[in-house]
Design a protein. Sequence first.
Length: 410
Amino acid sequence: MSTTLTLPTADGGLAPYTLRGTPPVAPPAGTVFDRIAYSAAHVVADPRAAIDPWLQCSVDWDTTIAYRRYLWSLGLGVAEAMDTAQRGMGLDWPTSLELIRRSLDAAQDMPGALVASGCGTDHLVLDEVKTVDDVIRGYEEQMEAIEKLGGKLIVMASRALARVAKTPADYERVYDRILSQAKQPVVLHWLGDMFDPALAGYWNGSEGVVAGAPYDVARAMDTTLGIIAAHADKVDGIKISLLNKDYEIAMRRRLPATGGPDGQGVRMYTGDDFNYAELIAGDGAGSAPTHGKSDALLGIFDAIAPAASAALAALAAGDTERFHAILGPTVPLSRHIFQAPTRFYKTGVVFMAWLNGHQSHFTMVGGQQSTRSLPHLAELFRLADAADLLQQPELAARRMRSLLAVHGIE
């Protein structure tokens, strides 16, 4: 029997929607992917905590770690304490470090589980950061804490560095210092200002920038590639999140063909939540295998985990057509979740986890569930259904109805 809901539309009206209700393709058990694929994972808030949600952070640790076990069971790695986990948007550094500790502990029971952890400078008070040396000390504090736990680093872009850096040389100095000290190869992270406006002009610096001038991506890319080339043995790869496939492809083909953790080259980890399917599949161009395809470190993989796993399994088996057949329909959903203001995409990720029964509530750290409108969430529901991403369609429909009722739509 079909299920029909009355959903709000973008023009302020209401319209019936009949659920397609086809659950996701089940990924085969025990598949070994031919790409490295990390899902940046969300955190589950504790809705019963007696706190001020905008000012304090309380995490449901059991459900949060259970979700990581779910991702590992699908063959996906976990990129921990990243922006998907609301780093810098509700999740503070002490809680982030506890999350990293718990995730690394949980991974010990999951053979082959991959974990890489976000290392930044978000514990610094921005108004007190005056010099590049202050930024270096901030990175070193988090590096030491994560590496003490045995963690692999994802060196996140720093709001503090964007604030004080005047020239590309300032970025070179910071990253040279951090990479020279890293105990194992790290993943660098180039996060565009659509994800975080405080990162505008990253890699370039403020000196000589004309107000209103476009971001000089070519100059930023030259700086980044120079840093990577100087430390190729300390760089596993770089995650680029600019939502522009041409930038990623151009940079991918210029990455060192040697270095990386296995000496086979520095990897491109796509962070392009608009074009990930074609970037992961690759074009085979370039002078090294790492130049012709991207690995993945994506927030959208949290929301589409079963489809991502099944598609990657098909790709590893050489079935590119099936890879695109599974992953292609998820792209419209991802583009909707990551639409501007892109920094609010976490709300859509957590909404999907709630619809799919991975958590019992739709509340978020920092009260961030309020950052998207009901029409936005209704369209998300339609797109998730169209892409066969509702794991328990009847549960998803009941939960959608409960959200509608709270908003006065019975």
